[in-house]
Write a protein that binds this ligand. Structure first.
Ligand code: AMP
Length: 610
């Protein structure tokens, strides 16, 4: 029996875990029986970690300690525009970390984003373990194609923290195409249109003979279902403000209820033309008086109006990606829809009009990515080498050069793995060091791109400018993770880095968090065991208590009887002490001992008292 491996779609809104079972990719249900696990984590008042549905359910009453949509923050810098925008709409506490990374404050402790993602991954891992009845240690985890190096690294870190060996970070659209192509003899160009909770991407692949070659990919990591929800929220807030002069956004509890109602209305409007929004007791007038309720009717048409520009943006990106790959919409054999938002009729209509064909409904938009990840995980451990994936790098990579410019070494949409070297010269006289600043992005200007990392090559020979030559090599592995090295051509001296984004975790931090996670899981397991043993002992004690008077009456006068009773009383006193101390090993020992006493009591009643 080969080991069990899983594929995980770590989504903005929901996550899914899948495996290949009996040759078929299959979704693993979570322990509440659902295929989707909300990517929501919270810390309860008693300090317990809550993940998934249970965390989502308490979000309304505990908005500041419930973290959702954290995929929008992972691997980003706190000072980035995207994070600053997110802070405005997310009700939980987002704080800066030590190296401009993002932290989330819950129950008085700051959590790094990979830690938050790890809580979701650990839950899915546990679900898979419950399904197999065995430990699961290896996984393929998917990320949006547009994720940059930092976001990929952070996701990989999350896997490590959750106790998973991440076999591969796989692009979501590639995973979707894999699931689509599984067991079918597909050849030709296909597009994957993925509109999820937080991100949008579109990818064109050439599929044939078990080769999946990405031709082009593009997207927006800040365009997804949450934005559609936000438009409905704004509409409700505006109407309420007009009517009552109150800004509901200032009230976090109200905001959370609005968000919930907005998403619910949006989803309903995929099936019906009109929906009623009811939020009783949403506010009170500033000067006191009767509570205010929010009641509104939202039509599908109004929703489409409120979100028309969002739909247009997805199609504009399709146009750019196709034109870059020099492909016309009609050249595509199939368009695969991925992500919950592709259930919205207007989104499907836009895709149909643009690509001039009916998009593929053969695959489940919520599950297809996890299924593809499972297929890939299976291929990697089985070492069958059956499927060849050729991904591309989603953004251009380069170095900063004199004058504040950026010099591109690897243009975007280059097939990975890849390696590029270029020779650079010193730009000043007697320059003995050179700083290599690694940039990601499309701008000619260095500061407009993202700085992924930097290092210094020292010990250059003093010489007129331009004389000393340095080889700079960029290498991207199959997962899209970048290593950069620089070499002095004269001395052969080298410096290199695997680029860990400056917004990520350091090795030390990662190790500390992994230790903490192990302790937490150990403790959680211990506390489950403790609870179970306590329950066992309490049940035994109750039964003994009930039988005690009868045993006493039956055995009165016999020496054997008084011996049994004295021993039982001592055992009861020990058991109460163990429960009070709440010590697992004492409670377990006591449960064993009292179990034997209970059996003895039953025997006495049966044989003598019968
Ligand atoms: P995903 O990240 O793929 O799980 O997509 C989740 C997003 O899809 C969320 O914004 C959901 O509100 C949205 N969604 C799920 N079901 C529907 C539906 N039937 N109609 C419209 N949006 C939906």
């Amino acid at each position: 029996m080969p080991e069990h491996v899983i594929g995980i779609d770590l989504g903005t809104t929901n996550s899914v875990v899948a495996t290949v079972q009996g040759g078929q990719p299959t979704v693993i249900k979570n322990r509440t029986g659902s295929n989707l696990t909300p990517s929501v984590v919270a810390i309860s008042r008693s300090g317990k970690r809550l993940v998934g549905q249970i965390a989502k359910r308490q979000a309304i009453t505990n908005p500041t300690e419930t973290v959702y949509a954290s995929k929008r923050l992972i691997g980003r810098k706190y000072s980035s525009l995207q994070v600053q925008q997110a802070i405005k709409v997310l009700p939980y506490n987002i704080v800066p970390g030590e190296h401009d990374d993002v932290r989330v404050r819950m129950a008085g402790r700051d959590y790094a984003l990979p830690e938050i993602a790890a809580m979701v991954l650990a839950e899915l891992k546990a679900d898979a373990e419950a399904y197999f009845g065995k430990p699961v240690n290896k996984a393929v985890i998917t990320v949006p194609a547009y994720f940059n190096d930092g976001q990929r690294q952070a996701t990989k870190d999350a896997g490590k923290i959750a106790g998973l060996e991440v076999l591969r970070i796989l692009n979501e659209p590639t995973a979707a195409a894999l699931a689509y192509g599984f067991g079918r003899n597909v050849t030709g160009k296909v597009a994957v249109f993925d509109l999820g909770g937080g991100t949008f991407d579109v990818t064109v692949l050439e599929v044939g003979n078990d080769v999946y070659e990405v031709l082009a990919t593009g997207g927006d990591t800040y365009l997804g279902g949450e934005d559609f929800d936000q438009r409905i929220i704004e509409w409700m807030v505006l109407n309420f403000a007009k009517e009552h002069g109150i800004d509901l956004r200032k009230d976090r509890m109200a905001l959370q209820r609005l968000k919930d109602a907005a998403e619910k209305a949006k989803i309903e409007l995929s099936g019906v033309k009109e929906t009623q929004i009811n939020l009783p007791f949403i506010s009170t007038p500033p000067g006191g008086g009767a509570a205010l309720h929010l009641q509104a009717v939202l039509t599908r048409q109004k929703l489409e109006e409120l979100t028309a520009d969002l739909c247009d943006r997805t199609l504009k990106i399709c146009e750019e990606v196709l034109s870059e790959a020099k492909i016309r919409p009609q050249d595509l054999k199939e368009v695969i829809l991925v992500g919950g938002m592709t259930r919205m009729p207007k989104v499907v209509e836009g895709v149909r009009d643009y690509f001039k064909k009916e998009p593929c409904k053969g695959v489940h938009p919520d599950e297809v990515v996890a299924l593809g990840a499972a297929v890939q995980a299976n291929t990697l451990v089985a070492d069958q080498g059956e499927v060849l994936l050729l991904d591309v790098t989603p953004q251009s990579l380069g170095v900063a050069i004199a004058g504040g410019y950026s010099r591109r070494l690897i243009p975007r949409n280059t097939t990975v793995p890849t390696s590029v070297s270029e020779v650079f010269n010193t730009s000043k006289d007697n320059q003995t060091t050179v700083k290599i600043m690694v940039l990601q992005g499309e701008s000619e200007l260095a500061h407009e791109n993202e700085l992924l990392g930097e290092f210094i090559l020292t010990g250059l020979r003093e010489a007129p400018r331009g004389e000393v030559e340095i080889d700079v090599t960029f290498e991207i592995n199959a997962e899209g993770i970048l290593s950069v090295s620089a070499r002095d051509r004269e001395t052969g001296q080298r410096q290199s880095i695997t680029v860990t984004a400056s917004g990520g975790l350091t090795e030390d931090e990662l190790r500390r968090i992994m230790d903490e996670q192990r302790d937490y899981l150990l403790e959680a397991r211990m506390s489950d065991e403790l609870k179970q043993k306590r329950g066992e002992l309490e049940n035994v004690l109750r039964e003994i208590g009930e039988l005690f008077p009868r045993v006493k009456a039956i055995t009165s006068g016999s020496e054997f009887g008084s011996d049994v009773l004295v021993k039982a009383e001592k055992g009861l006193a020990d058991a109460r002490r163990a429960l009070e101390k709440n010590d697992l090993s004492e409670i377990a020992a006591s449960a064993d001992q009292m179990g034997r006493t209970l059996n003895l009591f039953r025997g006495v009643i049966q044989r003598i008292g019968g």
